[in-house]
Design a protein around this ligand. Sequence first.
Ligand code: ZN
Ligand code: MN
Length: 429
Amino acid sequence: MKYQPIIGIEIHVQLNTASKCFCDCASGRWRDKPNTHTCPVCLGLPGALPVLNQQALEKAAQVGLALNCSVNVHTFFERKNYFYPDLPKGYQISQYREPLSIGGWIMVGGKRVRLNRAHLEEDTAKSIHTPGGTELDFNKSGIPLLEIVSEPDLNSAEEASSYCKEIQKVVRAVGASDCDMEKGQMRLEANISLAEKGDKELPDYRVEVKNINSFRYLEQAIEYEIERQKKALENSEELNLETRGFNSKDGVTYVQRSKEEAHDYRYFPEPDIPPLELSDNWIAEIEESLPELPAQKAERFVSDYDLRRDYALLLAEDGESADLFQSAVDAGGEAEEVANWIINRPADVEGVSADELADKIKQEEESVVEDEDVLLEAVQEAIKENPEAVEDYNSGKENAVQFLLGKVMGKTQGNADPQKTMSLLKKHL
Ligand code: ZN
Ligand code: MN
């Protein structure tokens, strides 16, 4: 292809705090009766005063640090002004000029993908479209959202979805969200444009595809856009900044609106929430509170246990497998074998404790050794008891070895491994 896809991703993650971002209403009650967790703040009533939830700030900073961002000591909230029925107060409390976390990077299939920022904002209400009109549920309004923005470092649909999966792993490992996409806890947006191969500069347009709720849809949407834009460019059509939606039924994107530029939101500082002055101490404490992340865990498995890298990566990305591996190794299981069982023999590991797993592995090793002893004995007996066959073999009749193999099979009730037996026979003849 003459063109190189240039892709950046924005991810919104609902943080799993007990209460909402700027009020005391219970958060995350996605199944409860509509409008049962509301107050003047999250309904957006005039005069209500938002107060920042410390837990939301902590979780947001945890994720930022886990994504190798730096946390800004000076940070503040701004009003992002736009009107939509799910945002009746006319603005979203968000961050713009001084986001909580900036920079950062994660590794995606050996490539370092840079992050631009991870900022804290509030979720909007949920619109429920019925034949009679649109109904609004404010239980979701005000849930803390972390918006994680990548640099346009991704170059294919597959790479973009791998990036999103990596982000999901990190956020889950931190414990800041389950990132369940069916529950709307993680939402994806892709910015896609095509550059001519070899071009140093980014294209002067980009197409944003919004509200994607699965990795598969993300890949479909990006692939569709790459084809659509390629055709447009080949026909010398002009491509512009625009926002598109994704129709998962037909696998196509469609125009929603030409993109409002950032200044259209008329960002200005939120006057009701004082700017934050975070201390280096506080940031260091958050950093210390982080659990070991999958990438770090994989590195440790490789360096401490000399484990194959592919095994280490597979184990580290699943918390339960990683814990089982660690405990079974601590209980005396041989690392490579423990990993092999967990990865390749899930049925044998199902419902088994770490101690039991370590024992099972030891038993199997012992029985293998036992079997080998029995086999060697049978081979030696067969050789001793059949001197004619041995003589035939040594005088060049290769077939004689088949006769001896049959004898060994008889002695072991057919349990001997033919290949192993054969090589033992040839060694001892
Ligand atoms: Zn509320
Ligand atoms: Mn946002």
